[in-house]
Design a protein around this ligand. Structure first.
Ligand code: PMP
Length: 393
């Protein structure tokens, strides 16, 4: 069975316990449950009531290229980007999808179906890359596109689509395209983590296709809402067509809820009486900062594990200089341990090994966006390793 960010297609894996109370601590998926505590505090502010008589139609907005998108969601997305200053939306087209997973595939379709070549278009991403790209590209064995691996070593004399993930999943680094311009062809920028709780917002991103997801922005992965900001109208039209073919649009209930939550985030910043630390991005940034400080403390004491350092940056949104606080820790095993995933399993910690990301198995991706009790248990297990501490003799 596939072991992506979700349960496998064959149902839950019986050999992989999900919760740490039956001894295994599952930090393998990037399930953003840490934000639940914030939304609980918001109480009824975000409640959406939908009457039985509402949202019946397949059609929503015939004047929009993305005809199944609620205008209120389009407005909320643009308002959120204006507030944060992380992406240019002026003069662009917004396409909503059932998660950015659907939009990634819509973008592959749009870019490869307009390519004249009879050969499938190569799709590459620089390793370590988000493990799902490869699986999504290969899944349907398409004649339009095919997986061509690590962008760092792409040497074919054929055009390609490069997926640029910044900040990157799994290692949190900021990235730019690596395939040389002449061969580059087309780019998809996956900016799932370009939000101020994860990284300083250093500039307004302005690329041809930018993918965002509600899952990592506010933590509402279950709503399955993502959006693409697309420069070219024809590409936006083709992406819309792909979504029409796969699901005749995107749930209006989910769109309504996403719009409401985004409005609540924006309003809380626009309210003159607001206390910054209680606003969503500031609050989440503080929570992630605390987790990273604690994790680094444990890792610094360890002779087995190490973590990379990230350069500081000035965030235009918060007005502060800070290090990034990635949604995942890219943990490295040292001391001759070649397989970090197996090593962590020995500690009853389930994490995703480097190999799945096209990288060295000495690395493992560990979720930082789970609930606090899970995270504290992770710290406890990492610091309890025999021979782990630099202070032990
Ligand atoms: N891109 C990246 C880089 C991700 O990490 C994820 C979620 N793990 C996705 C896309 C998919 O997001 P969604 O829930 O919107 O399908």
């Amino acid at each position: 069975p596939s072991s992506n960010d979700f349960p496998s297609a064959n149902g839950p894996r019986p050999s992989t316990p999900t919760f740490f109370n039956n001894s295994f601590l599952n930090l393998e998926p990037g399930n953003p449950t840490m934000y639940e505590s914030y939304w609980k505090k918001m109480g009824d502010k975000c409640t959406v009531v939908i009457k039985g008589s509402e949202l019946l139609s397949y059609m929503t907005d015939e004047n929009n290229v993305c005809w199944f998108m609620l205008p209120e969601l389009n407005d909320a997305i643009e308002r959120l980007h204006r507030l944060v200053g992380n992406a240019v939306t002026d003069g662009k087209h917004v396409v909503v999808g059932t998660g950015s997973t659907q939009l990634f595939q819509a973008a592959l379709f749009a870019l490869s179906s307009s390519d004249d070549s009879p050969q499938p278009l190569n799709v590459v991403a620089a390793a370590p890359y988000y493990s799902e790209y490869r699986e999504e590209v290969e899944f349907l064995q398409s004649k339009l596109y095919k997986w061509a691996g690590d962008a760092h070593v792409y040497d074919k004399d054929e055009p390609c689509i490069e997926v640029v993930t910044s900040p990157n999943n799994p290692d949190g680094t900021l990235r730019e395209p690596v395939v040389k311009k002449a061969k580059q062809g087309k780019l998809i920028h996956d900016l799932a983590y370009y939000w101020p709780h994860y990284t300083p917002i250093t500039h307004m991103a302005d690329h041809d296709i930018m993918l965002f997801t509600f899952s990592k922005c506010t933590g509402h992965a279950g709503s399955r809402i993502g959006w693409a900001i697309v420069k070219d109208k024809e590409v936006a039209r083709k992406m819309t067509r792909f979504i029409q073919m796969s699901s005749i649009g995107v749930s209006r209930e989910s769109q309504r809820r996403a719009a409401k939550l985004m409005e609540v985030v924006c309003e809380s910043y626009e309210n003159v009486k607001h206390i910054k630390s209680e606003n969503f991005f500031h609050h989440s940034k503080d929570m992630l900062t605390e987790k990273w400080v604690k994790l680094r403390e444990v890792v610094e004491q360890s002779v087995v594990f190490s973590l990379q350092k990230y350069p500081e940056g000035y965030c235009h949104f918060t007005g502060e200089i800070s290090e990034p606080r990635p949604a995942f820790a890219w943990l490295k095993c040292n001391n001759g341990i070649d397989d970090c995933e197996s090593y962590l399993r020995g500690l009853s910690i389930i994490a995703r090994g480097g190999k799945r990301f096209g990288a060295d198995p000495k690395y493992c991706r560990v979720s930082m966006v789970g609930k606090e009790d899970q995270f504290n248990e992770l710290l406890r297990r990492l610091s309890n390793v025999t021979g782990n501490s630099k202070n032990e003799h």
